[in-house]
Design a protein around this ligand. Structure first.
Ligand SMILES: [Zn+2]
Length: 410
């Protein structure tokens, strides 16, 4: 009897420990590395993760020629990653970052709004990432406060004198990585952003070159340090860590020196992780930088408000998904709506709003236009009674939700 109760006690204990396993996330943006450049460099940590099935090509830049087209420039690229929406929503078209639309919250706000006690951190070779893109302390971001920040070293010209060859940026990236690794080991913030710049500097100065290749190898070393910190945590504590490494844009085809445009290589990005991101969507389709926010939200079980979720432009790369690639064509009295089903059974709801109040912080009122079998792949929606020059269409399934705008064309 006594033995049995001890056994029972052990079972209950291990069960509750498992249930309490903490989900932690680190995402890294390494600046300006086109997928082909990373693949050709093929450094050791990258290679190991590729062998484990933890590498995906992805794209930046929104839809070429569409309403979501986003310049392949750094700050817009980071903002795609941290908000899960494209430029038409986040309003960061360049590195001046004059008027970000904070009504589209960052992943840090999604986490803090749901779980105020969770810890957020940024380790960055560029101060603006915290002060402008995350918007720390601003009224518009609910005065979000990072629990840990290590950045602004680029402004410290005493310790990091700015040499013409920009080797100081490598030193800063290495200091930023060392701090991030130490923080992960010692304090384990729930959600961390590590930003590394040196690769883009070498790309701009030398283009596709031994210097650029070496910079990619340095990033790989830095990823190795973060991986080893994560592995140490997972061995010592009941924690599940997700590492996602990505880039903000690719480089020009011609010589690798530039970026900003919409060519294939400038839009070329990738996702490297410590665990396979291999659901029906990532296996079948070409993921995008905006998929990272829904992926992190799902991994960390962050409840996302319906109005926010309906605006997210990405699809989770983990877990069950049902719909992707929404398309809407405006006809005279109908919207011709189509989608790609990612499973055969189930239903899909079509919601319609004629307003875009979200842009200014208001609420949009969506009307349910119908429920359709998912595998039908399309629906004709009458707009006779809802005349408008603008529609937001939301396709909702229990697994995931996608959206599409329609503007009047002449
Ligand atoms: Zn960049």
């Amino acid at each position: 009897m006594k033995k049995l109760s001890i056994l029972l006690f052990l079972c209950v204990c291990s069960g509750s420990i498992l249930a309490q396993r903490q989900k932690k996330v680190v995402f890294v943006i390494a600046d300006g590395i086109a997928a082909d450049a990373l693949e050709q460099t093929n450094p050791p940590h990258f290679r190991q993760l590729v062998d484990k099935g933890c590498y995906l090509r992805a794209y930046q830049g929104g839809e070429v020629g569409g309403y979501s087209e986003t310049p392949t420039i750094s700050a817009p690229g980071y903002t795609n990653v941290i908000t899960g929406v494209w430029y038409n929503k986040h309003n960061v078209p360049d590195n001046d970052i004059k008027a970000p639309n904070y009504h589209y919250p960052t992943i840090f706000r999604l986490l803090k709004d749901a779980f105020p006690e969770k810890k957020i951190a940024v380790f960055s070779s560029w101060l603006d990432n915290r002060t402008k893109l995350i918007g720390e302390g601003l009224a518009e971001t609910g005065q979000i406060k990072m629990d840990e920040a290590f950045d602004g070293l680029e402004l410290d010209t005493v310790h990091y004198p700015h040499d013409k060859g920009r080797q100081f940026m490598l030193a800063i990236d290495q200091a930023v990585t060392a701090k991030a690794a130490e923080s992960i080991k010692e304090r384990a913030p729930d959600l961390s952003w590590v930003y590394l710049e040196y690769t883009d500097d070498m790309g701009h100065m030398y283009g596709d070159s031994p210097q650029y290749t070496r910079a990619i190898e340095k990033v790989d070393e830095e990823i190795g340090q973060i991986l080893s910190a994560i592995n140490e945590r997972e061995q010592k504590f009941n924690e599940d860590w997700l590492l996602i490494v990505t880039t903000d844009h690719g480089r020009t085809e011609k010589d690798g020196k530039g970026h900003g445009g919409q060519s294939f290589r400038q839009r070329s990005a990738w996702l490297l992780s410590n665990r396979p991101l291999d659901n029906a969507y990532s296996k079948l389709l070409y993921p995008a930088s905006v998929d990272i926010v829904p992926t992190i939200a799902r991994f960390m079980n962050i409840p996302v408000r319906e109005a926010t979720g309906r605006e997210l432009d990405g699809v989770p790369l983990l877990g069950s998904v049902a719909v992707a690639q929404p398309q809407v064509h405006r006809l005279k009295e109908h919207l011709d709506v189509s989608w790609l089903p990612l499973k055969q059974d189930g239903e899909l709801k079509v919601w319609l709003s004629t307003t875009n109040n979200k842009k200014t912080g208001g609420e949009d009122h969506y009307q349910l236009m119908g429920t359709f079998p998912l595998n039908r792949k399309h629906a004709l929606i009458s707009i006779k009674d809802m005349p408008s020059s603008f529609y937001k269409v939301v396709l909702e399934t229990p697994e995931n939700t996608v959206n599409r705008w329609v503007m009047e064309k002449d």
